[in-house]
Design a protein around this ligand. Structure first.
Ligand code: LLP
Length: 420
């Protein structure tokens, strides 16, 4: 598998599709997020192809990358969307997405969020607790408007991923234990407005083996069989997101490996399979382009100080995540060195790599921080009053600016001086 399908060296220069990254740095400045449309398409086509034997409906997880141009492309390809907030709902609608193709996940939905979702006849609300179900019932009753729901059950499966992104263990805040969920389905089966249409499950993110995912799927199937015995026939089974990608040495299963194991569960059943992939679609279709400001050596370390920082990409600081770093101009004459690659923010957690082996870098060089299409720009902040990067989408030789860099005065535009 090619880890970075949209990116390749041509005569020692790193290209995104047919565009030399150094020309983008000159035209748009750095740091900049850059995405390859063809890489995005490769993953989407792989996903849909893998599950094509099933009644399959993929709902892209907006939190991974929520730029409205990316959502627009996915909507054009027929994607549904998994959202977790009013902001994500409005984004999908602004991008031309169809409300009836949206799944609303999230552990603590506010009343106004539920009202808006019901008002725009959202595809389904994934319910996370009995309290939330009661709230949805009250609001739907009050609005005299029907709403589809699905309960997120907690299968108590260890996804074997980073603890911060593990969500399906019984001690986690997510989902409802199956036994309780069973009686909740029973309590709404004749509700005049709230229609149970599906069941939902999500055990975590960056899962790199099929076993935990399949265990969770089997748990869900055992659960729907109990519902069938109660006379409750659902339409869909939503198995969440979680398909891992290669950041470093991981060898995550292909989509087809999941499909091969999931398909037999659906044999002779009429359920539609929904999945909510985020990272596996966008992560390796994007990167963060940064420029080296200084090389600084101390008695212990040699630091590469770049113009991107933890506010732009927080994954290394938050999860000690690995991101591959590539020189934009490959010069094989340069010697190998060991560097800490860090940003300008006033925290020691502001790093992209520690003790990383790289060819010698100099001030002014460009580096590509790879696998930065997911949970990258969406988690960026203005910490240290830094302007969040611009975002570019490349399609062959064409370059689209899909978000301009924050302007300086936007940093305080919502703030109000006291009367003097
Ligand atoms: N559905 C639900 C309900 C989720 O909570 C998530 C991710 C997804 C779908 C998408 O999962 P994916 O296909 O991307 O694995 N910031 C972290 C990742 C947090 C994931 C949270 N939930 C990171 O940078 O690794």
């Amino acid at each position: 598998m090619n880890q970075f399908p949209g990116f390749a060296y041509r005569q020692g220069k790193l290209f995104v599709e047919d565009v030399d990254l150094s020309t983008l740095a000159l035209e748009f400045g750095t740091p900049a997020y850059i995405y390859s449309k063809s890489a995005l398409m490769t993953r989407w086509v792989e996903l849909c192809g893998a599950f094509s034997a099933l009644d399959f409906f993929p709902c892209y997880a907006v939190k991974a990358n929520s730029n409205i141009a990316i959502l627009q492309i996915l909507a054009q390809w027929g994607a549904g969307f998994d959202i977790v907030s009013l902001g994500e709902l409005e984004r999908v609608l602004a991008a031309g997405g169809d409300a009836s193709k949206i799944m609303f996940s999230g552990v603590a939905k506010r009343e106004d969020e539920i009202r808006k979702a019901i008002h725009c006849q959202i595809g389904c609300i994934n319910v996370e607790s009995e309290y939330e179900l009661t709230r949805i019932c009250e609001i739907a009753q009050d609005m005299q408007t029907p709403v589809n729901v699905s309960l997120r059950i907690n299968p108590d499966v260890n996804p074997k991923t980073h603890p911060y992104i593990s969500t399906g263990l019984k001690e986690s805040k997510f989902g409802i234990a199956s036994q309780r969920a069973l009686s909740l389905y029973d309590s709404i089966k004749n509700h005049p407005w709230v229609k149970p249409v599906g069941v939902d499950c999500h055990i975590g993110s960056q899962i790199t083996e099929t076993a935990p995912y399949i265990d969770a799927a089997k748990h869900v199937f055992a659960f729907v069989e109990k519902l069938e015995q109660l006379g409750i026939q659902l339409k869909h089974i939503d198995l969440g997101g979680g398909f891992g990608i290669q950041y470093e040495q991981e060898q995550p299963p292909e989509f087809a490996a999941y499909a091969d194991k999931i398909a037999p569960l659906f044999a002779n059943k009429s359920y539609q399979l929904i999945v909510e992939p985020g990272r596996s679609i966008v992560a390796n279709a994007g990167m963060l382009l940064a420029r080296v400001e200084y090389i600084k050596d101390t008695d212990v370390n040699e630091f590469v100080l770049v113009d991107a920082a933890m506010n732009d990409l927080i994954r290394p600081a938050l999860y000690k995540a690995w991101h591959t770093l590539l020189p934009v101009n490959e010069d094989k004459q340069r010697i190998e060195k060991i560097y800490d690659v860090v940003g300008p923010v006033c925290e020691s957690g502001d790093f992209f790599a520690k003790q990383r082996n790289m060819r010698e870098l100099q001030s002014g060089d460009l580096i590509a921080i790879m696998s930065a299409g997911a949970y990258a720009m969406t988690m960026a902040s203005n910490y240290n009053s830094r302007q969040r990067p611009c975002e570019l989408l490349v399609e062959g030789e064409e370059v689209h600016l899909i978000r301009r860099r924050d302007a300086l005065d936007e940093l305080w535009q919502n703030e109000i001086l006291l009367p003097s």
